[in-house]
Design a protein around this ligand. Structure first.
Ligand SMILES: *[C@@H]1O[C@H](CO)[C@@H](O)[C@H](O)[C@H]1NC(C)=O
Length: 584
């Protein structure tokens, strides 16, 4: 993983990150000397304490707050805090009167240090329980050997449920029992494309993953997983889910989740996956659970809950919902309950989740909307052949437009135009022929609006809509063929409408340099042949113009001297094609 960081000194990094927590949540305080985040004084309840090495944020310090943790103790990056830090948290930073539950993940250092602190607190007469979470199914029993199962993202289920139950005034006995119940019913597995780089440390060079390789079961501190392989996302998710759910696999079979169970799914970002990509991953997991395992989770959480610094990976956790035996405090209610901790990002309420099945999905909207007929008549065959000629021309010149746009823009202009043209051709195959110009035009507009995106898509769509409006305003009172005069008036008004949304003027090196002379010439001469030649001339003259608008401005470069503006060129060719088609 990249060794680029904004903060390189690991001590400074951990300290400043801890200091940031109270900035974003005024209900918590920071004991920086002991790296403890803890709640300000509040109504008595069982205290929940957790923690571990830094680098897993928002776990655990950003989970401190009403409804979740009472206190969290941080170590240096990937290293357990000391027993003394934890002892201070239990004895001095959280209320002890109703008892304290300590939840840690199953790592040797954490279990030893938190365990020692628990013993010391007990020796002082405090009622303390400890739950150790080992939800990881990434490495099977045989390979895991003595190391045992580690704790990973499924731990947040335990913290959240215990925190919510404690906030409701439950006893330590109940909170501990339910926390253990959740821990026992949770299974997780992670996978990563790369090891993470720890700020301030040298990159380990030898065992870096190769391009296209993913490590299945990798831990949250770069621990080795069970295998490395080249696979795609569906293949990866398939392996991860079968490691988590296959009860026939003697080596793992850590969970006994079946299709009859209520299941909660967490898809967790290990820190370096874009939210966009995590969305795609989540959808893949949900679909495979449904199709391969007949499991439709009753809750789906996706986001960043427990990271491995900026780890380029994700983990899947599954929680089988078990009966807490406490009225009004089911696992789901406790999970859904709001928590005022800055790191808890699951926002959907119980009632929203349970209502989801009640409301029938809104019927798909009819794809084509009713268009008011008009008096503007066209010869449908001529209109079709002119349009066909124009679109063919656009498709033909796509390589040129793309080439120009690669030089002065971001290279997508030609493809965008071509996609629009092809979509209109598709529409023509099925659309009913009509001699009403506005119906014909509206069919085109609907295609342009959905098939062309980006700036040029928007400009074409605005322009064509304004053109339709202008035509309707200039329509005669009885059915008549459209005249060049009506076209010219409508085009003038749509050019004006376009001006409301883009400041582009002739000379700015945009498609306006072709559109403007086209409309002006058509107004003056009423001759489309002359007008399209004027558009062509206008487009050619953009060579050497400096762009003052649009993406070309940022892209810069030298090539603008030699090539016309791609958008103007594309439009001019379209208009030339249109004019040709009308001659036939
Ligand atoms: C934690 O790991 C130890 C070995 O270090 C193992 O014996 C134990 O079963 C594990 N605990 C859990 C809760 O997974």
């Amino acid at each position: 993983m990249s060794s680029k960081h904004f903060i390189h000194d690991p001590t400074h990094l951990v300290t400043t990150a801890l200091l940031s927590v109270p900035h974003t949540n005024p209900s918590v305080q920071c004991d920086i000397a002991n790296k403890i985040i803890y709640r300000k004084p509040h109504a008595p309840q069982v205290s929940i304490v957790s923690g571990g090495g830094s680098g897993h944020e928002p776990s655990f310090v950003s989970f401190v707050g009403p409804g979740l943790l009472s206190g969290a103790v941080a170590g240096t990056i990937f290293a357990s805090p000391s027993a003394e830090q934890v002892r201070r948290c239990i004895l001095h930073r959280v209320p002890r009167d109703k008892g304290v539950l300590v939840v840690v993940m199953n790592y040797t250092g954490d279990v030893l240090n938190f365990g020692m602190a628990v013993e010391k607190a007990r020796a002082q007469g405090v009622e303390v329980d400890m739950v150790v979470v080992g939800d990881d199914a990434g490495v099977g029993r045989a390979k895991g050997g003595k190391v045992g199962r580690r704790g990973i993202a499924g731990t947040v289920f335990v913290l959240k449920v215990a925190g919510a139950l404690a906030a409701r005034g439950a006893s330590l006995k109940d909170v501990t029992r339910v926390a253990q119940l959740v821990a026992d019913n949770t299974v997780s597995i992670g996978s990563s494309l790369s090891h993470v780089h720890v700020p301030g440390r040298r990159d380990p060079e030898e065992d870096e993953l190769k391009e296209g390789e993913v490590e299945i079961g990798m831990g949250i501190h770069n621990e080795a997983g069970s295998e490395r392989k080249k696979t795609d996302l569906p293949g990866l998710v398939k392996t991860m889910l079968s490691h988590s759910l296959d009860t026939a696999d003697q080596d793992r079979s850590f969970s006994k989740i079946t299709e009859k169970d209520e299941v909660v799914l967490l898809v967790n970002n290990l820190g370096g996956v874009s939210p966009l990509e995590l969305g795609g991953i989540t959808n893949e997991v949900v679909e495979q659970l449904a199709n391969e395992f007949k499991i439709k989770p009753v809750r789906i959480l996706a986001g960043t809950f427990m990271t491995s610094l900026n780890g380029l990976g994700f983990s899947i956790s599954l929680l089988k919902v078990a009966d807490t035996g406490i009225a009004e405090a089911s696992v789901l209610e406790l999970l859904d309950a709001p928590a005022e901790a800055s790191g808890w990002s699951a926002a959907i309420s119980s009632s929203t989740w349970t209502k989801q099945g009640d409301v029938k999905q809104q019927e798909e909207q009819a794809t084509s909307e009713e268009v008011q007929p008009s008096n503007l008549r066209v010869d449908p065959n001529l209109a079709r052949s002119a349009l066909t000629s124009a679109l063919n021309r656009v498709i033909e010149v796509e390589p040129d437009v793309t080439k120009y746009d690669t030089i002065v823009g971001d290279g997508d202009c030609g493809i965008g135009l071509k996609r629009g043209a092809e979509s209109i051709f598709k529409m023509l195959e099925t659309a009913k022929s009509s001699d009403d110009l506005l119906i014909f035009l509206n069919n085109i507009i609907q295609v342009v609006e959905v098939s062309m995106d980006g700036t040029s898509g928007a400009i074409y769509a605005i322009f064509l809509n304004a053109l339709a409006h202008g035509l309707r305003q200039n329509a005669p009172s009885s059915a008549q063929p459209v005249t060049p005069q009506i076209w010219a008036k409508a085009l003038e008004s749509s050019l004006q409408a376009l001006g409301k949304y883009t400041p582009a003027q002739p000379g700015d090196r945009t498609l306006i340099d072709a559109l403007y002379p086209f409309i002006k010439t058509l107004s003056k001469t009423g001759n489309i042949d002359d007008a399209s030649k004027a558009a062509q001339k206008g487009a050619q003259e953009t060579k050497g113009m400096k762009a003052s608008l649009g993406r070309t401005v940022y892209v810069g470069g030298e090539g603008f001297q030699e090539v016309p503006d791609p958008g103007a060129h594309g439009l001019a060719e379209l208009l030339l094609g249109l004019s040709d088609g009308l001659k036939k």
